[in-house]
Design a protein around this ligand. Structure first.
Ligand SMILES: N[C@@H](CCC(=O)N[C@@H](CS)C(=O)NCC(=O)O)C(=O)O
Length: 205
């Protein structure tokens, strides 16, 4: 049996790791890398991810960090043809683009916006937050998921970024994106992942 370990911290971007594993319905164990206790900076964890960030997944000892990579690896290995379009599918290109867009474009766009930096498109390699929201809006208009009817790991990677950003009011308003987040939140795997990432004790401590 394949041994899968998720290194995660509560109340963090680990949501994406939990969500992907819950969508796949495969068995995994969790190592708690408590950010508040600075576990992510301990030498033992830095050997696993020198960036000192979560989530990280180990598949039989093969380590992968960065949410899009985690989603892509797990989907190819355990959800090929469903959560990951096949290599020769016409959806494969857009699928890879949206996976990458999640943290190569939206994350930095959010950071620049939150810091109120004056970064024009010429100074950066990513879209502005407003441009990203508009692009996603026209993609999602009239379809449930990024690739149409088929929910994929790209929805996990990008959807987790969008869901957290909209919750924290870090992206411009968009009804289409809010409706998308609503659909994501209706998924039982999302709900399980959310409970695992934000268990009740997080709110009481
Ligand atoms: N680029 C990473 C970002 C992951 C990330 O920043 N995780 C945060 C948790 S929300 C973290 O570990 N931060 C470490 C810290 O706070 O020092 C990814 O997409 O997976």
């Amino acid at each position: 049996m394949v041994e899968i370990v998720l290194y995660a911290s509560k109340a963090s971007r680990s949501l994406a790791g939990y969500w992907m594993l819950e969508e796949l319905g495969i068995a995994y164990t969790v190592v708690d890398v408590d950010l508040r206790e600075r576990k992510h900076l301990e030498p033992e964890f830095l050997k696993i991810n020198p960036s000192g960030r979560v989530p990280v997944v180990s598949v039989d000892g093969m380590i992968v960090s960065e949410r899009p990579a985690i989603c892509a690896l797990l989907a190819d290995r355990f959800g090929y043809g469903s959560l990951a379009p096949k290599i020769d599918s016409k959806d494969r290109g857009p699928y890879l683009k949206w996976l990458v867009y999640a943290t190569a474009v939206i994350d930095p766009a959010i950071a620049v916006r939150a810091a109120n930096l004056d970064a024009t498109l010429q100074h950066t390699t990513w879209d502005t937050a407003q441009n990203a929201v508009d692009i996603l809006g026209s993609t999602l208009e009239g379809q449930a998921w990024l690739l149409g009817d088929q929910f994929t790991a790209a929805d996990v990677a990008l959807g987790s970024v969008i869901a957290m950003a909209r919750f924290n009011d870090l992206l411009p308003e968009s009804q289409i994106l809010d409706d998308y987040v609503e659909r994501l939140r209706e998924r039982p795997a999302f709900q399980r992942a959310e409970r695992l990432t934000w268990p009740p004790e997080v709110f009481s401590s």
